[in-house]
Design a protein around this ligand. Sequence first.
Ligand code: OOG
Ligand code: NI
Length: 303
Amino acid sequence: MEAKSDKLATLDIVLDGLMRRYKERVPDVGTILNAMVSTGMINHADEIENDHIAFRTMGVPQLGVQSFEKIFLHYGYEKRDHYFFEGKKLDAWWYSPPRESDPRIFVSELRVNDLSKEAQRIIRSYTDEVTSDPADSLVLDNGLEVDAFLHKPLWRTPTVSDYQALLKESEYAAWVIYNRYYLNHFTISVHNLPEGYNTVADFNTFLEKNGIRLNTSGGKIKESPDGGLLQSSTVAEMIDAEFAGGEKLSISGSYVEFAERKVLPHFKNIPQQELHRRHRRDGFEAGNADKIFESTYTTQTGK
Ligand code: OOG
Ligand code: NI
C-alpha cells in the first residue's frame, strides 16, 4: 500500500509541475479560469475537472512513445487504444489514470520514417544527440527529477531554417523540434459544470464572449460518430521563440481543449449526483483528434 501511495504522491508532483509551466506559457488558461470564476461557474480554479493532458513525441528508436510512456506507466497509468493518422503521419495512444481524479493522457508520435529523406535528416541531426533512451536513466520515483526532465531540452536549440523546412512538410515535426515535451494542452471537462455551460456548444459561446479564438477545422465542435464525445479547442497561442544564434521567431505554443462526455445509454437512469467517470463515454476518437491536432497548425494560428 505504501509503495502505491508514494507513486501517486510523485505523480502529483509531476502533474503540478506540468500545469504550473503550462499556465505560464498559455495566458488563455488564466483568462478562461478567471472568467469561469467570475461568472460563478466555479468558486475556485481547483474545482476544474481535467479530462486529459496531451504530449507529442518524435518517433525515433531511443525516444517516442515507447520511451515517454515509461514515466506514466510507472505511476500506474494503463495503455489503452491506438489511433493512426495517415495524412499527418502520426500514431497515438491513450492511457487511463490510476485515480478517477487524475487526467487521462494522450500521447502521439511522429512516424519519422514516413517523411522525406531531407526532413528525416534534419530531425535525426537533433534526435541523434540523444544516444540512449533517457527514460531508462531517470529516477522515476523522484518527482522533481522527472519534472526537470520534462522541461529540459533533449537536443540543441533548432535553427530557424530547420524549423521552417520542417514546417513545410510536417507542422507537427516543427512543433516538437522546438517545444519537445512541454504540455501540448490540458482539457476542461464541461459536462459537470452548471446548466448553461455544461455542453461544448454552450461553453464555446461563453469562450467566444470572452474573446477566446476557437479551432474551426472540421467545425468548432468535433463529435464522435457515436455522439458520446464532443470536443473543441482554442487556437494555440504564439510564443516568442529564441532559436539558434539568438534568432527570434513567433511560433505556435500550446492550446486549451474542452470535452463533453455523455452518459452511456446503459447508465441513463442513474441520478446526476451519482454519476462517475465510468458512467460516461471514455477514450478518444480519431476523427475528432485529427482536427484537434490542427490547433497548432498555421492554417489555424494564421487565421
Ligand atoms: C493532440 C490532438 C488530439 C484529442 O483529445 O483527441 C487530442 C495534439 O494536438 O497533440 O488532443
Ligand atoms: Ni486532447
